[in-house]
Design a protein around this ligand. Structure first.
Ligand SMILES: Cc1cc2nc3c(=O)[nH]c(=O)nc-3n(C[C@H](O)[C@H](O)[C@H](O)COP(=O)(O)O)c2cc1C
Length: 186
């Protein structure tokens, strides 16, 4: 059995990072589903110390992009398509993950849950780490206030989600990264 007709496997294998979106907003049901899938991600020692902020306001995302670019520089390739795209990659919705604990791996798993759930309901996504510079720079306090996160919380990861307006080709996976250890000297 090769499981190629399994819906979960298909979604996992067919997800791509998308960096062009339509203006169509996410519905309440979609937002609710994605946040629920985020909350059901596992966390080390079940600490559940990540906090999620969901931003769907275009004016806010545009302002965030301006402050981000004022932080890193307008001619700094801080992320892919930096010269033409805003840091939120033109998506109508962005999830930000913060914590006051050192739990970047929990954030990564949580964000992947959102990416896979989004793909499963016909949406696309782009995981975004580069925007973290905004929360370390001159505008950090301002944006923590706007996003209602505590001063001690650190940005961990974010993900933009929306209706994709492109279908990128798969990026080839590097060979030789897997070794099956069948037996070994004890
Ligand atoms: C932790 C993490 C951070 C990322 N940060 C960014 C980012 O800041 N900007 C961006 O355009 N893409 C970002 N990406 C997307 C990667 O570039 C993308 O996953 C990679 O090129 C592979 O493409 P694929 O997802 O289509 O397989 C990030 C991905 C991960 C896992």
């Amino acid at each position: 059995m090769d499981y190629s007709d399994n819906e979960t496997i298909r979604v996992l294998l067919e997800r791509r990072t998308v960096r062009a979106y339509t203006d169509e907003p996410l519905s309440e049901e979609q937002l609710d589903l994605l946040t629920r899938c985020a909350l059901w991600a596992p966390s080390a020692r079940n600490r559940q110390s990540t906090h999620i902020r969901v931003v769907t306001d275009k004016a806010l995302l545009d302002r965030l992009n301006r402050d981000f670019k004022d932080t890193v520089g307008w001619d700094t390739p801080a992320y892919t398509r930096w010269d033409v795209n805003p840091v939120y990659q033109t998506a109508p919705c962005m999830f930000f993950v913060f914590s006051d604990e050192d739990c970047g791996i929990d954030a990564g798993i949580l964000v992947e849950n959102i990416a896979i759930a989004a793909k499963a309901i016909g949406l696309d996504s782009c995981i975004i780490g580069s925007v973290g510079a905004l929360f370390d720079g001159a505008f950090a306090a301002k944006w923590k206030k706007i996003l209602k996160v505590g001063e001690k919380e650190r940005f961990l990861l974010s993900i933009a989600v929306g209706h994709g307006a492109e279908a990128p080709a798969p990026k080839p996976r590097t060979e030789g990264r897997i070794l099956h250890i069948i037996s070994g000297e004890i």
